[in-house]
Design a binder for this molecule. Structure first.
Ligand code: SF4
Ligand code: SF4
Length: 178
């Protein structure tokens, strides 16, 4: 049997110890939390980059990405060439009541059309409103943080090199015509 009152003494010791520690209470929503830059809040869609390849919808473990599209015929690039067909997006929606924020859709998108935004204040009273359609997904794009700056010694990204090359070519063409 222990000493009488030792339990009380232990309890008081715990109380005294915690009284001297700083409280970790989050004062949200009066004080906004400081979130790390790579926070997974909501997903933004950069529609112009989406080729409707369906990879994200197929890889999503929760099947909560809904995509509808139709095919459109594009005239040949050069006279005598063959007509081509391309996919046109009709619907792109993510059901955030099912999403588990795994990020697989963003990882697998080969065309950089999906991005994480740290925004998290989109709770709804009706669960159906958690299905964000393409317009809403596009709006989230405005809240996506800029990518971190490149290391000064890093190699120039191939997209920038290609864009610079075509701009220089276009400029040279225009100067030749003038
Ligand atoms: S984050 Fe994961 S669960 Fe959510 S839509 Fe993307 S792949 Fe699906
Ligand atoms: S993986 Fe990317 S490009 Fe393909 S359908 Fe999804 S968002 Fe569009």
């Amino acid at each position: 049997m222990g000493i009488p009152g030792s339990g009380l003494a232990k309890g008081l010791a715990v109380t005294l110890r915690t009284m001297t520690r700083r409280a970790h209470t989050a004062q949200y929503p009066d004080v906004q939390p400081e979130l790390p830059p790579r926070t997974r809040g909501v997903i933004g869609l950069f529609e112009e980059n989406c080729t409707v390849c369906m990879l994200c919808a197929r890889e999503c473990p929760d099947w909560c990405i809904y995509i509808d599209s139709h095919k459109e015929t594009v005239p040949p690039a050069a006279p005598g060439g063959r007509e081509r067909s391309r996919n046109v997006l009709d619907r792109f929606a993510i059901d955030f009541s099912l999403c588990m924020y795994c990020g697989i859709c963003i990882e697998v998108c080969p065309f950089d059309a999906l991005f994480w935004s740290p925004e998290f204040e989109y709770a709804e009273t009706d669960i159906q409103d958690l299905v964000h359609e393409r317009d809403k997904l596009r709006e989230w794009m405005w809240t996506v943080p800029e990518p971190p700056a490149l290391d000064p010694a890093a190699e120039e990204p191939k997209e920038i090199a290609a864009a610079r090359k075509s701009a220089e070519k276009l400029k040279a063409q225009q100067e030749g015509e003038a």
